[in-house]
Design a protein around this ligand. Sequence first.
Ligand SMILES: Cc1cc2nc3c(=O)[nH]c(=O)nc-3n(C[C@H](O)[C@H](O)[C@H](O)COP(=O)(O)O)c2cc1C
Length: 153
Amino acid sequence: MKIGIIVYSQTGHTLSVAEKIREKLGEAGHEAVLEQVTITGEPAEGKFQLAATPTVDGYEGLIFGSPVQGFSLSAVMKTYLEQLPSLAGKKTAVMVTKQLPFAWTGGNRALNTMKQICKDKNAQVAGSAVAFWAASKQEKSVAACVDSMVRCF
Ligand SMILES: Cc1cc2nc3c(=O)[nH]c(=O)nc-3n(C[C@H](O)[C@H](O)[C@H](O)COP(=O)(O)O)c2cc1C
């Protein structure tokens, strides 16, 4: 399957998880392409303009990735997702990275926002996962997040 992994990453964590997902999807026989959403300005709400807005055309599968910011989905990924066209017929999975090692400190909320926007655009949402950046959980949770995303396809 041709799968687009589309991420916003402010400090590189989400991008590094996305790179691992791309590698594993490739090993599983998929054609996986990693693309980044970029901005001009500051990443805070109302202070940026989207610069690179990867198109979803041509992908049968999609994985969206984002950091959690302020106990919510990053404003950049929310703005990017909201401007997308219909995702009808596209199998979609979502993932976030975050510092605090508990999903209830913004992770679940961010994932629910992503899932809702994708569902509103008629995507088939196949799964979601969180990777925690806290040292105590990082290695295991990144591996689990990568596995969970790959198993969706
Ligand atoms: C402005 C800002 C707000 C953040 N808010 C949260 C938060 O609410 N909960 C959390 O667990 N981590 C929070 N973090 C940490 C990031 O979510 C975490 O470091 C993430 O892995 C960064 O991903 P990135 O490197 O792809 O941008 C915040 C980071 C920044 C810069």
